[in-house]
Ligand binder design. Structure first.
Ligand code: FES
Length: 115
């Protein structure tokens, strides 16, 4: 990891760099990032970045391989839907995915608060 990719602890919040914003598609596709024991799904849509747990709570598919439309990702295996803003299943099921605070650094790196 280069020095520019070190977590920022100045504000007391530990922001962990995940991926350059330029590497993320803007058409609804996501990316899966594995880091520090986390497997995360990262999306860039409508000028916002969203970071959620990558593992679908149904049977473990990668949500980063899903497609996001109108703020909801569709699981690629069986079609469950999760709202990226709060992780809720929008099919009315109690399962949800963890959502992580995310931002883009001045250097254009997507960062998240993990753990
Ligand atoms: S694994 Fe995601 S809906 Fe089945």
């Amino acid at each position: 990891m280069s020095s520019e990719l070190q977590p920022d602890t100045e504000s007391g919040t530990r922001w962990t760099p995940l991926v350059p914003l330029a590497d993320l598609p803007t058409d609804g596709e996501g990316r899966t990032v594995e880091l520090n024991g986390f497997r995360l799904a990262v999306f860039h849509l409508d000028g916002e970045v969203r970071v959620v747990d990558d593992e679908c709570p149904h049977a473990g598919a990668s949500l980063g391989a899903g497609i996001c439309v109108s703020g909801e990702v569709t699981c690629p295996w069986h079609g469950w839907h999760f709202r990226l803003s709060d992780g809720e299943n929008t099919d009315g099921l109690p399962e949800r995915v963890a959502v992580y605070a995310a931002r883009v650094s001045a250097e254009g790196i997507v960062e998240a608060v993990l753990g």
